[in-house]
Design a binder for this molecule. Structure first.
Ligand code: ATP
Ligand code: LTN
Length: 336
């Protein structure tokens, strides 16, 4: 991809784990940008099932979750005719490249990753090597496709910095192997917080179902969750310090209506949180309506989903293979 004659369209790549129904945080922080970028870029999007294995999964659930994730992405507007869309484990080059990159990644670098620290604390009984080397697999995902931009939420920024460090290091050692990828963070909504505990990020694998709005939640569930969201005792819709809960709802409202924080403050001046929450709940439910409707149709067409997987894997593999052989050669592996 990188060697094609200029000017070429920039390359976008991103992934999401099939660890549950996607949340509003995933949608606003990442997938919404994926959808928009399909027009102007060459995009590759995938379901990170290998990454999901860093936390213990139930086999049947993971399998069903992967197909569901594919249908969810398509319902969010990711179009396999416009973008490369595939399942990570269907493209063996990812795991292979990951090994080559791990041998160029330092223990100290991996130890500093905040996601590793958070996840080791959350799963203290299973701090496996994959959880530790997770960023090397993520770097492989990105570097194999010579991505220019990686649209992610704020929580993945550190992994992307590490990817760049690995790329710079290997380019220095072996000549130009990789394009240096840049994070592409949304202006608004890069970190949506849990409704139940606004000091934490909204996460699809959060065991508390009231913390997250899922993109497939029906309107009445969304409304109920927003009404229960933690706020404060000030009863003033304003963005500010010590108001994590209200800030979060304002961020969500801004992202789904396109309004600025000032406009939102003006809209709810003199109103209590009841009116504000009602408006946020309704706006989110309406915003997610098309996704809900399309999802059901995609999930019912299993043959089509399987065909998308198969074609996506073949096309992705063709791209990934080129970078992988280049790297293997430069590293001195004997070619077949
Ligand atoms: P898990 O709970 O299984 O770790 P997750 O909800 O954190 O899942 P990921 O699959 O890790 O989701 O992330 C998918 C994309 O969504 C990433 O680009 C990530 O940065 C983004 N993202 C995740 N959570 C949020 C959030 N709360 N706000 C904004 N973006 C988010
Ligand atoms: N680690 C990411 C998912 C992910 C990803 C990637 C994102 C795996 N590989 C490559 C961007 C590019 C996550 O948990 N959000």
């Amino acid at each position: 991809m990188a060697e094609e004659a200029a000017p070429r369209k920039k390359i976008i790549l991103s992934g999401i784990q099939p660890t549950g129904v996607f949340t509003l945080g995933n949608y606003i922080g990442a997938i919404q940008n994926w959808e928009r970028m399909q027009r102007d870029y060459r995009c590759a999007y995938f379901i990170a099932d290998l990454h999901a294995l860093t936390v213990r999964q139930e086999a049947g659930k993971l399998r069903a979750g992967t197909l569901s994730a594919l249908a969810q992405l398509m319902a969010c507007g990711i179009d396999p005719k416009k973008s490369l869309l595939f399942v990570q484990s269907h493209v063996p080059e990812h795991a292979e490249m990951s090994w080559l990159l791990s041998c160029h990644t330092q223990f100290g670098e991996l130890s500093r990753m905040t996601q590793f620290k958070d996840k080791s604390a959350a799963h203290a009984d299973n701090i496996n090597a994959g959880l530790f080397t997770y960023p090397a697999l993520m770097a492989a995902d990105i570097l194999l496709y010579q991505a220019d931009y990686v649209p992610v939420g704020d929580d993945q920024r550190q992994h992307l910095e590490l990817t760049r460090d690995i790329a710079v290091r290997m380019n220095g050692l072996y000549g130009n192997l990789f394009t240096l990828p840049e994070a592409y963070l949304p202006k608004q909504g890069a970190r949506i917080r849990s409704l139940a505990d606004p000091t934490k990020k909204m996460s699809k694998s959060d065991p508390n179902p009231n913390g997250a709005i899922y993109i497939l939640d029906p309107p009445e569930v969304i409304l109920k969750k927003v009404k229960r969201a933690v706020t404060d005792s000030e009863a003033r819709v304003a963005y500010g310090e010590g108001k994590d809960g209200v800030n979060n709802l304002m961020t969500i409202y801004a992202a789904v209506t396109g309004r600025s924080m000032n406009e939102i403050e003006a809209e709810f001046a003199g109103h209590g949180y009841g009116d504000f929450k009602q408006a946020v709940g309704e706006a989110v439910a309406e915003y997610l309506r098309p996704v809900r409707e399309k999802y059901a149709a995609y999930l019912n067409d299993r043959a089509y989903l399987e065909e998308v997987c198969k074609e996506g894997a073949a096309a992705a593999s063709a791209v990934a293979r080129r970078t992988l052989s280049k790297v293997k050669k430069k590293l001195g592996l004997l070619m077949k």
